[in-house]
Design a protein around this ligand. Sequence first.
Ligand code: SF4
Ligand code: SF4
Length: 389
Amino acid sequence: MGRLFAVEIVYRGIFQKTLAKNISRTIVLAAHQEGKPGISFGRYGDSPERNGIPAKNFAIVATDDVTLEEGMAKYEPQEVDITIAVDDTLAKGVESWAWYGLQPINRLLKPGGTLIVTSKEPPETLIAMAHRKECPYRLAIVKGIPSFSGLWVYKDDHTDVRILGAIAKLLPELVSLESVQKAILAEWNDPLKVTSAARSYERISTVTVEPHQGNPEEPYRFELPKWWEMREGIAIPSIPRGGAIQDPESQAMGGYRPERNPTFKKFTTRTMRPVVDFETCIKCTLCWLQCPDSCFDVTPDGFYDANMEACCGCGVCEAVCPVPNCVTMVNEVAFCDNASQWEMWKKDKESYRKWLEQKIEHRPERSHGFRYRGQYEEQIPAMIESGGE
Ligand code: SF4
Ligand code: SF4
């Protein structure tokens, strides 16, 4: 029996679809250069994709046809040699639309497997974000701002080939750098992309993540329902009536919080989150009205508190707020929990002001798609030249 290799690419739906396809497809084409059969496919359960929802592609490669057929008897691999997260905020976990509850980014990694993340952050930040795992694994960072584009416009900043170069270094039994370079040339006919893959190959390094490191939170567990437990037809219960909020200080009842799905939280969709300056808020209600996900809880004192378990980070509240800098979208990497901002503000307004100022400073360039004509043309040469550094 030959050897089977499995790579999963975890990406944000729509914005990184082409990127994920380029990576999984080129892994297989590079393996073909060495006579290894393989298959690249998207995770069916994540389709149709939605903006920002975590989704997956897989590349399965074997040393011979029979091993590949045997490996594909199960549609989706139960464990992988490499997990690639093409956005660092995915390190907090993923909640796709195909399963219930938040799952660790490293869930499928084999003992000693490698998690590759595109990020500007240091290893400590990413390790703290990812859930703990029973066995050690390796973390490798492909340096750079996570690459976002869309279905119709591809931001070709070489993230795809830089990840491929890293794979050749980290798992040479799967593909060599030479095979990767041949596949890149056949696919894009671009010598600059070949060079980017080689530079990434030279620069990539790993750190070992031990079982005591990482987010200690117990990952969500579930049991699939038995067929006799399922309801007839497809019935989705309506959301019950919302509940009033108890003021944590006075214990008085007031405010309004809509009922939400206790299992499907959807916050792993976001790459940025809104922070609210309650001192300047004029209680105009616009954020509450316009939030497409009904994320705002009305507080007993009439403010609007974006619920961070429900917010998917679309930025509409920032766009509609009429008060300058009252709602600001901040990189999700800057937060380690989903605590209520309003409760923090009520407890200690001076500390909240400092916290807010510090968070707003933490606003590296991130963008879903391009915001002005020529943005990609400006950014891409610098990105390619620096190799993401
Ligand atoms: S970013 Fe604002 S508008 Fe969008 S889901 Fe979150 S709270 Fe709602
Ligand atoms: S839109 Fe801005 S000013 Fe209006 S309630 Fe929301 S946070 Fe306050």
